[in-house]
Design a protein around this ligand. Sequence first.
Ligand SMILES: [Zn+2]
Length: 268
Amino acid sequence: MIDSHVHLNRIEFAGDGLAVAARARAAGVAGFLNVGYDPASSRESIALAEQAPDIWATVGIHPHDALLLADDAGRLTPDGRALLAELETLSRHPKVVAIGEIGLDFFRDLSPRPAQFAALSAQLELAARVGLPVVFHVRDAWPQMLEFVDQVGLPPARGVLHAFSGDAAAVDWAIARGFRLGIGGVVTYRQSALPVQVARAGVDHLLLETDAPWLPPVPHRGSRNEPAWLGLVLDKVAGILQMDPLEVERRTDASFAALFLERTAETH
Ligand SMILES: [Zn+2]
């Protein structure tokens, strides 16, 4: 199985992301998408990907850091334009397979919303320009996000709605437009509304992810998450879909390859 969203570079892993990856491989994880969220983590993702054939990278600016690109009125800044140019250069690295994580976060609202929209818009343009899919981060902003993406134009290579937490309308939006839903540890939580949406989507619209070091699955809540625990997510999803876990693994691996590896092989 493939962890389609992990942060091996995080300080929680104490500079030993490759050891974390090795533990996960021993538990059956055959690939990792290490997702950037600011300039440093984007560069670190590439550095990790250069050290292992089964690690790929994304580059992008998280909505929390939208002010790196735009001002609070939603205008791109000179520093922001320079950073976008740097992201474009980084995105042409052979191990970079997506732009992300980008999106809207109205839960923590760490950046002014006009800046979040501007940063999202500029990075959607970047994704279209370089022909890469996107990794979306959406929190408490589902209707606004989907409406905005429809309005400014879908990224041609599509992408994944990471840490999916939308409703049935969001599932239907994603399927109609060819986006995948990223499903992680939250699906194992007792109060989670996610199993209903996983069943609605069906296996071929899903990607598995951990978002480690965050969002550990049951029974590890309260600990630092590990990509080695991805199997707990796989088993839960297989149970919801009443499928053999091996078949869920095969189909989600194929979706990952189709979205991030096969298309970008042509782009780079
Ligand atoms: Zn993440």
